[in-house]
Design a protein around this ligand. Sequence first.
Ligand code: ITT
Length: 184
Amino acid sequence: MRLAFVTSNPGKLEEAREYLAPLGIEVYQLNVDYPEIQADSLEEVAEYGVGWLAERIGDPFFLDDSGLFIPALNGFPGVYSAYVYRTLGINGILKLMRGIGDRKAYFKSVIAYWDGEIHFFEGRVDGVIVEKPRGSGGFGFDPIFSPTGFDLTFAEMTTMEKNRVSHRGRALRGFATWLKENLK
Ligand code: ITT
């Protein structure tokens, strides 16, 4: 089967393709710029986006809203991750972390699938913000995030390795399981 992934982010697309292709699901990109509202949770942002897109796209589709949350910064950048990545960038985050002992962070991903109704699949991965960027793989904040139990940053992992532990990999696992059960 073929599934439309509404995203402008080639990194997200590659991860979804790599995860779903072995299950016989071919993912294609729909690069539609949907409104991302200011809200307190990723779910709310995703839900609004789905509602907007559902009025414009006839076929089923999914999107992924994700973010990096740093408890020592009260959850920042969180729902503002895309804006912060574009403006402060990874070096801006490292600057904000200077002098802060608690470097814990987590990524969260919410996949929202629309097939006439909305279905949510979530994933989270805990880890730390490293001192200096490392690695050239992945995208976004990957060079400064190392998941718990690994010395590597996400940017030092292959897509398959990242998918095994990442927030998106976990959300994709739930999504794939649901698809198998519901789309026979
Ligand atoms: P869309 O078109 O799919 O919305 P986006 O990049 O704008 O793409 P989001 O709105 O979900 O995505 O913003 C999430 C931000 O967090 C964005 O800057 C990403 O680079 C970053 N991010 C999300 N997942 C990540 C991951 O797995 N590794 C590193 N950074 C990630």
